[in-house]
Design a binder for this molecule. Structure first.
Ligand code: SAH
Ligand code: SF4
Length: 391
């Protein structure tokens, strides 16, 4: 049977056009938009400002398809993780991280990731495809359902649980720019979910040619997964660096539209024991970022089965942070959240995995294959250590 078009994930202009084509008056589009993105309607039957006949006609021609929840876990620190199934059976994860008076939803942009950052669990996933705008928006809808945050009377009276969006889940958002941009426009729309651009942060591993466009078209906050201060090391741990080296990446940051001292770029720096965590690295980081309005987010490495890195001792991370701080940069250490449910940064992967030696070899082969497909020259990963855990 032919699948009916989904109204979720269309922007307002597209929604208007598709409804008009079925003979609905123009103003119906704004009404339906509001049912979808202010009230969180999951079924046309809920749309009681429309006649029964109109609702039946909508149901005959369209769907309101969302991802379905495969599993839902809650961490002891309040972090929640959803494993969501898309219509084609592929799965992605989204994570809600509550803070005292606000909360961020960490959204995925792709199933898996074509890139293969060596410390990231998602990079070891075989299947990769872009998520559609509907699938990206769908993650926000599901979180709002779970947090019961639809149509609250007064936003200022009750602190909201979902105030911010971070594109830091699975996938490289700038490799799926069009769908991400469309989803963000829907999420930002002031007559709907209305999460503003200042509350949205897009994290990229450094797709330099797309950075300017992201700033000029979407004007969201930018986070850069820097993680190393020399090309030699970054080539190894963030292989995309072989295409877009540090100097080019930082050049794009210097000219990021809207960047200023009140709107800084976040540089994410994962702390890997004995790899990038020395005081000399910290000093070089400060030198590199000179002149860029920046804050530095130190991310303790979050382990996953088969990972070839360790997290440094806390004192090492603090010492690194102190050096960066003394140079005038805010350098918060990102508290690992939801580690007990594998919801922390870089732990996301939509199939659980215990690695045997053969599987480890298979993953290495897969990574080499992915790097090659990206046109990234293959070289041995000299920084990869033997963890002594039988791999
Ligand atoms: N692909 C994008 C966004 C998703 S990753 C990007 O790379 O920026 C979100 C952040 O988590 C990135 O900074 C990433 O480098 C970091 N990360 C990946 N694996 C990690 C791990 N095992 N521990 C801690 N952070 C990790
Ligand atoms: Fe992809 Fe980001 Fe993971 Fe790198 S860190 S493999 S870019 S998801």
């Amino acid at each position: 049977m032919e699948r009916l078009p989904n109204l979720i994930g269309l922007d307002l202009a597209e929604l208007t056009a598709i409804l008009e084509a079925q003979g609905f008056e123009r103003f119906r589009a704004t009404q339906i938009w509001s049912w979808l993105y202010v009230r969180g309607a999951q079924d046309f039957a809920e749309m009681t400002s429309l006649s029964k006949l109109a609702r039946a006609k909508l149901a005959d021609h369209f769907t309101l398809e969302r991802p379905t929840i495969t599993t839902h876990q809650k961490s002891e620190d309040g972090t929640q993780k959803w494993l969501l199934k898309m219509p084609d059976g592929q799965e992605v994860e989204s994570v809600h991280i509550p803070e005292e008076d606000r909360g961020a939803l960490c959204v995925s942009s792709q199933v898996g990731c074509t890139l293969t950052c060596r410390f990231c669990h998602t990079g070891t996933q075989r299947l990769v495809r872009n998520l559609s705008a509907a699938e990206i928006v769908g993650q926000v809808l599901i979180a709002r359902d779970a947090l019961k945050e639809w149509a609250l009377p007064d936003a200022s009276a009750t602190p909201r649980l979902l105030t911010n969006i971070v594109l830091m889940g699975m996938g490289e958002p700038l490799y799926n720019y069009d769908n991400v941009a469309k989803a963000l426009r829907i999420i930002m729309h002031s007559d709907g979910i209305a999460i503003g651009k200042r509350r949205i942060t897009l994290s990229t591993s450094g797709v330099v040619p797309m950075i300017e466009r992201c700033g000029s078209e979407l004007d969201v906050n930018l986070a850069i997964s820097l993680h190393a201060v020399t090309d030699e090391l970054r080539d190894q741990i963030v292989p995309l660096n072989r295409k877009y080296p540090i100097a080019e990446l930082l050049k794009a940051c210097r000219t990021y539209p809207g960047v200023s001292n009140t709107r800084r770029i976040t540089f994410e720096y994962i702390m890997l024991k004995g790899v990038n965590d020395s005081p000399a690295d910290a000093r070089q980081l400060v030198r590199l970022l000179r002149g860029i309005p920046a804050k530095i987010n130190l991310i303790p490495f979050n382990p996953w089965p088969g990972a070839a890195f360790d997290c440094p001792d806390w004192s090492v991370i603090e010492n690194f942070g102190d050096i960066v701080n003394a140079a005038g940069y805010a350098s918060p250490i990102r508290t690992p959240r939801g580690r007990d449910i594998m919801a922390a940064c870089g732990q996301l992967k939509s199939a659980s995995l215990k690695l045997s030696a053969t599987e480890r070899a298979e993953i290495d082969r897969l990574i080499a294959e992915k790097d090659q497909a990206q046109g990234l020259e293959i070289s041995p990963i000299s920084s990869r250590k033997n963890t002594g855990s039988g791999d």
